[in-house]
Ligand binder design. Structure first.
Ligand SMILES: Nc1ncnc2c1ncn2[C@@H]1O[C@H](COP(=O)(O)OP(=O)(O)OP(=O)(O)O)[C@@H](O)[C@H]1O
Length: 249
């Protein structure tokens, strides 16, 4: 099994001296190609920092980020220019906010990043990306003509049109109602199981995490455990164990 991403000894500290915060205090993790991993942990445990460093959006102070899904590339130490190119070509992102341009159609939104990078996206690739997310025939619609779930699907098609080695998702269902969120999560899981996509998703929601093959728990910038058979109740129980217990005054 090959790794889409391998993190080794990742460290990131904000501030210095007494006020230093060790957002990542030595994290080593591998993410297999074709796997769906949820990253969970209490607020401030380092989830976003991990995602940002793994995706080449932020630089760790120490450690290694090896990107697979093609010739392996070490992200740390790359120039900004090379990182930008690599992100465009081999990494996909979806966030809680859909970040679609309101004046553009779904198709135009999907093809925009590639066009900004000076590449054309074929109509076939566009149609296929929209079809994979269940938006056949909606390519001409603008964001305000679509539901929140449909808009997140457009954002997903935009992330997938370049066939990235890995898709990073930061609270992708955070702005959606429960049922719409479930549809997006089923879609993500289907793309992983059916198309070999690799997904690394940060979430606070045990139900969302249960759609993943594996849950990794962070606490205080370190890996605090894993679950390879996540269910909502197991994840909720594990999270409750991680949270600092309130001490009575
Ligand atoms: N730019 C920054 N400057 C200073 N401290 C930061 C910065 N970014 C993150 N931190 C600190 O690093 C720690 C980890 O933050 P991070 O956002 O990665 O946690 P998280 O698990 O994603 O939290 P949440 O669930 O609340 O989004 C926190 O203590 C946070 O306050």
């Amino acid at each position: 099994m090959t790794n889409a991403v391998r993190l080794t000894g990742l460290r990131k500290t904000y501030g210095s001296g007494e006020s230093a915060v060790h957002a990542l205090a030595g994290v080593s993790l591998s993410f297999a190609s074709g796997g769906f991993t949820a990253v969970m942990g209490p607020s401030g445990s380092g989830k976003s920092t991990l995602l940002q460093c793994a995706a080449g959006l932020d630089r760790p102070d120490a450690g290694s980020v090896l990107l697979g899904g093609g010739p392996p590339v070490e992200l740390t130490g790359l120039s900004e220019k090379r990182l930008t190119t690599l992100r465009r070509e081999r990494i996909g992102f979806v966030f809680q906010s859909f970040n679609l341009l309101p004046t553009l159609t779904a198709e135009q939104n999907v093809s925009l990043p590639a066009r900004l990078a000076g590449r054309r996206v074929s109509r076939k690739a566009l149609r296929q990306a929209l079809s994979e997310v269940g938006l056949d025939g909606r390519g001409g619609h603008r964001p305000h003509e679509m539901s929140g779930g449909q808009q997140q699907r457009v954002a997903l098609a935009r992330a997938l049109v370049t066939r990235p080695a890995v898709l990073f998702a930061d609270e992708p269902t955070g702005a959606l109602d429960t049922e719409t969120g479930a549809q997006v999560l089923r879609l993500l899981r289907g793309l992983v199981d059916g198309h070999g996509l690799t997904v690394i998703m940060v979430t606070h929601d045990p139900v969302a995490a249960s759609y993943a093959h594996r849950v990794v728990y962070l606490a205080d910038g370190r890996v605090a455990g894993e679950d390879h058979e996540p269910t909502p109740s197991r994840v909720a129980a594990a999270l409750a164990d991680l949270r600092p217990v309130a001490v009575a005054a």
